[in-house]
Design a protein around this ligand. Structure first.
Ligand SMILES: C[S@@+](CC[C@H](N)C(=O)[O-])C[C@H]1O[C@@H](n2cnc3c(N)ncnc32)[C@H](O)[C@@H]1O
Length: 156
């Protein structure tokens, strides 16, 4: 079970961060971060702290280069490893773009670890069994995207 690297288009990244109402107070965690674009924009545009977890070394290399280019070494932590080995209790925002199987597999861990009030935005795939607080549609040049907002303590 895996999710291939399909990057979220830039305009959709901004909508994800707006939907989660990200601010400089937030710790935004992206499990399966790809090239780290979501946490980098969270830090650049909103002053948040970002944590990116990614298993593929070539994507980790991209992440390091992008973080250095934007001088975000003190705002973005890059974790090279399996997203199931991370403890999510530090997060105030979690972004997901993983597909139905990984969402289902990650769900019990997030339910155990996330603190009440943590916002979760899932791109294109619902988290089975959770009640969305808001669902929005966003168009990119390619297609229509669906974003699901959940809040720990209200959605599950
Ligand atoms: C659809 S991409 C999303 C990338 C990024 N979050 C975005 O929205 O642009 C999913 C990413 O999850 C990573 N991934 C899949 N399974 C993983 C695992 N068990 N641990 C860490 N990363 C994983 C893949 O390598 C891929 O880069």
């Amino acid at each position: 079970m895996s999710a291939p690297f399909v990057p979220t288009p830039r305009e959709v990244v901004m909508e994800i961060l707006r939907l989660a109402a990200v601010s400089s107070e937030d710790i935004v965690v992206d499990p399966g971060a790809g090239d780290c674009r979501i946490v980098i924009e969270a830090a650049r545009q909103f002053g948040a702290t970002g944590i990116a977890i990614e298993k593929l070394p070539h994507l980790i290399k991209h992440c390091i280069e992008h973080v250095q280019k934007h001088k975000l070494q003190d705002k973005v932590l890059i974790v090279w490893g399996d997203l199931f080995n991370f403890n999510y209790s530090i997060a105030t925002v979690v972004t997901l773009y993983l597909g139905p199987e990984l969402n289902e597999k990650l769900r019990p861990k997030l339910e155990r670890e996330l603190r009440p009030g943590t916002r979760i935005v899932s791109h294109d795939f619902e988290v089975p069994g959770w009640r969305p607080i808001k669902i929005i549609k966003v168009r990119s040049w390619k297609k229509e995207h669906t974003l699901y907002l959940y809040i720990a303590g209200q959605s599950f």
